[in-house]
Design a protein around this ligand. Structure first.
Ligand code: SIN
Length: 351
């Protein structure tokens, strides 16, 4: 099965045009390394703190945003000021795809991208209706499958430190989405993942890949008709203000890998690295505690805001959605290691 080329929406009010981005990123990195009294490379200046720039694309009050700040607090306290963590939320520094390039170039040291954005085998986590609950997701990522996948990131210049949770995705749209037929012809934003593109095509919609930070404006301007995301992300990006309907479909799962630039990480003094690993472990526990409750709160907040028609699916409708989306499993074996798809299915046994 051939996935049609992803449609990419031109970036709105772009932070940095894609063509000049690598140059800017490299320039930023060079400035950090050669001057400004700041050492991003451990040991470059004996007295300077080691700076970890942690970039992400959601707001500071999301569970990921709060956990990034928790990591900062713990890392700085436990290294007694030898490390300073600068957190840049909500695409302040880089948008979705740019941040991975920035990490690769060493322009930032730490990210927590959605697994969809890591592409390749990580798209296995985008398969529709894969996990029945948060615990099912965690048992896969904390077991051999998830740990082996983090290990493989090393060949891409990243060190995977752990997984952070978010939760189940819902759809928002201008047209009520109850039956799978309601998707026909709608332009729906997805993250850059072939599984998500295929999913939208199976529903008869037109998938549009766009950075999260641009989605509000594109929905408002009518360049998009809808999108899928978790309640936390929809609420914090205020997407419900420019949409009429929300369908609690829980059709997919969104979570993160916390990654660092591998070279940076390996050059840290071992006592610092151990302290940071501990800080990350505790920030991870904190994030995983928050995510499920924060999604519930976000949904309630949007319901109370009053402008959304919130729809639930009946068991018959859920079955119809599953049936239409189930061929994505077979399709995905064309670009995800088929043995991985098989082992994830065996570990989750989706209905
Ligand atoms: C995120 O949660 O980091 C972003 C997800 C998205 O781009 O929809």
């Amino acid at each position: 099965m051939q996935i049609r080329q992803m449609k990419l929406l031109p970036e709105v009010g772009s932070v940095k045009p894609a063509t000049v981005f690598p140059v800017l990123a490299l320039g930023l990195w060079a400035l950090q390394v050669i001057g400004l009294g700041i050492a991003t490379i451990p040991g470059a200046k004996a007295q300077s703190p080691i700076i970890i720039q942690f970039s992400h694309v959601v707001t500071a009050d999301t569970s990921k945003g709060k956990a990034a700040l928790k990591f900062k607090e713990l890392a700085e306290a436990r290294t007694e000021g030898k490390v300073r963590v600068e957190v840049y939320p909500n695409s302040e520094l880089y948008k979705d795809k740019e941040e991975l390039e920035a990490l690769r170039l060493g322009a930032v040291q730490m990210l927590a991208p959605a697994l969809s954005k890591l592409g390749g085998d990580f798209e296995v986590f985008d398969l529709p209706f894969l996990f029945k609950d948060h615990a099912a997701f965690r048992s896969v990522v904390n077991g051999p499958i998830g740990q082996n996948m983090l290990q493989k990131l090393e060949s891409r210049g990243m060190k995977g430190l752990g997984y952070w949770d978010n939760g189940f995705k819902v759809f928002t749209s201008n047209r009520p989405l109850q039956s799978v037929r309601d998707f026909k012809g709608l332009k729906i934003r997805v993250q850059a993942s072939k599984v998500l593109v295929d999913q939208m095509q199976k529903l008869g919609a037109e998938p549009v890949v766009s950075p999260l930070i641009d989605v509000y404006k594109s929905l408002k301007d009518g360049r998009l008709d809808g999108e899928e995301n978790t309640p936390i992300n929809i609420d914090s990006q205020r997407l419900h203000e420019v949409q009429n309907n929300l369908t609690i479909s829980n059709h997919g799962y969104l979570a993160y890998a916390v990654v660092v630039n591998k070279e940076f990480w390996e050059r840290l003094p071992s006592d610092i690295r151990i302290a940071l690993e501990g800080a990350l472990r505790d920030a991870t526990a904190y994030e995983n505690e928050l995510a499920e409750a924060d999604n519930k709160k976000a949904l309630e907040h949007m319901r109370k805001a009053g402008n959304l028609n919130v729809l639930a699916l009946s068991p018959q409708e859920i079955k119809q959605w599953r049936d239409v989306l189930s061929p994505v499993y077979q399709d995905s074996r064309a670009w995800i290691d088929p043995a991985l798809v098989t082992s994830v299915l065996a570990a989750t046994s989706p209905p």
